[in-house]
Design a protein around this ligand. Structure first.
Ligand code: AR6
Length: 178
């Protein structure tokens, strides 16, 4: 699914965040220590190689909502932006912290003059954030931030499962089209 929001192209796709060859920066749903973990963090670190964990060491730990940037090593991208999502039911207020993850990642990307960025559905795996709510927060954040973006021209959400992909498409329809 592709939507044009003035200068910005918003894309929703089903796939692997570690295999986005045409994207400059991929976002990692990181842990506070910025170490290899499961899910997105596992896929990104495995593909990038052990140099990524070394590059992350001086930047850790990070707080929920915070974002930091490194190079991408063996990934097919230039940068990895690592952000720590809220643990649903523990880090509150969850929606504001999740919004910060997206805002701070976009802010860093703008600072680095990045033109294309791909996000996973932050916090919706191990951190337990319900997918419908997380989809609404992330897409609303794009909607309110789109006009401020100067360098970023493509934002892609990469959803892992077909059901998550469907939820995102439904939310995008509600937020951008209806
Ligand atoms: N590509 C795209 N999306 C994926 C991939 C992939 N390769 N693998 C999983 N997902 P999670 P969190 C989806 O758990 O909830 C880690 O262990 C997944 O289905 O990666 O923010 C870290 O070390 C889900 O929808 O991130 C942290 O400790 C979404 O990506 C913790 O988990 C996020 O799932 C972070 O938890």
């Amino acid at each position: 699914m592709r939507l044009q929001i003035s200068d910005l192209q918003l894309e929703l796709t089903q796939g692997d965040i570690a295999a986005q060859k045409d994207i400059e920066a991929v976002v990692n749903a990181a842990n506070a220590e910025l170490k290899i973990g499961g899910g997105v963090a596992g896929a990104i670190h495995r593909k990038a190689g052990s140099e990524l964990e070394k590059a992350c060491r001086p930047l850790a730990p990070i707080e929920p909502g915070e974002a930091v940037i490194t190079e991408a090593f063996n990934l097919p991208n230039q940068y990895v932006i690592h952000t720590l999502g809220p643990v649903y039911g523990r880090d509150k207020p969850e929606a504001a912290l999740l919004e910060k993850c997206y805002q701070n990642s976009l802010k860093l990307a703008e600072e680095y003059q990045i033109k294309s960025i791909a996000f996973p559905a932050i916090s919706t795996g191990a951190f337990g954030y319900p997918i419908e709510k997380a989809a609404a927060v992330s897409l609303e954040t794009i909607k309110i931030t789109a006009e401020e973006l100067e360098n970023i021209k493509i934002i892609r959400f990469v959803l892992y499962s077909s059901s998550d992909f469907r939820v995102y498409k439904e939310q995008a329809q509600k937020i951008f089209i209806d």
